[in-house]
Design a protein around this ligand. Structure first.
Ligand code: 3PG
Length: 208
């Protein structure tokens, strides 16, 4: 996964969205995901150790494409870049956030949940985006409905998606991958159950 010119949406069918509370979990989680067949991790900036976790994974697990999620302020885009993130994901798409993510030079997925937000991202010259929160914003039905009127937009839907619901999204022409946190349950991390993470990743990797 050395190339970042490859579309972010076409690397894996399921992007693991991961919350790390304990820095010591970062590297083993990343290794378990790679071993399970998912060499991508979206490390969310929701905990005090998140940037250090990105740094540790970037240093110690070269086989994984590590990105930063939950970018909600322009400053976080640069912090994530400096920590070693190779892609950025935001739950929204304000002009300031888009500018900050663009200026890092990294590939990024701005978040959208309405047709006007999708059009705003397209007007900025980007065709790939996150659809968030997917289930709460209309789910696969929403994306199916806009595939014909807005065919240029491609999505990584995230938010409330499960192993069971992922196939209904992945079957859509305007979906490249889905994101989800179900691959790294908090209890598996807390108990160091990396075998469970490996097996959840393998199950998700087989979705396509
Ligand atoms: C995200 O940040 O993309 C979502 O919180 C992940 O959603 P999930 O926890 O419902 O999978």
């Amino acid at each position: 996964m050395s190339s970042t010119s490859e579309s972010l949406l076409d690397v894996v069918p399921v992007v693991p969205v991961v919350v790390i509370d304990d820095l010591a979990h970062a590297v083993p989680v990343a290794r378990a995901l790679v071993e399970g067949g998912l060499p991508v991790i979206e490390l969310t900036l929701r905990t005090p150790v998140a940037l250090d976790a990105i740094r540790a994974i970037a240093d110690e697990v070269p086989d994984i494409l590590v990105g930063a999620g939950t970018i909600v302020t322009p400053g976080q885009a640069k912090q994530a870049h400096d920590a070693g993130a190779r892609f950025l994901v935001s739950p929204g798409a304000t002009p300031a956030l888009m500018d900050a993510m663009l200026s890092t030079g990294l590939p990024f997925l701005p978040g959208t949940a309405t047709v006007s937000e999708v059009l705003t991202v397209l007007e900025a010259g980007l065709t790939e985006m996150k659809f968030f929160p997917a289930e709460a914003s209309g789910g696969a039905g929403f994306l199916r409905s806009i595939a014909s009127p807005v065919p240029a937009a491609r999505f990584c839907p995230t938010g409330g998606i499960t192993l069971a619901s992922a196939p209904s999204y992945l079957a859509l022409p305007n979906v490249g991958c889905v994101g989800g946190s179900w691959l790294t349950p908090a209890d598996a991390l807390a108990t160091g159950d990396w075998e469970r993470v490996r097996s959840l990743a393998a199950e998700a990797a087989a979705l396509r």
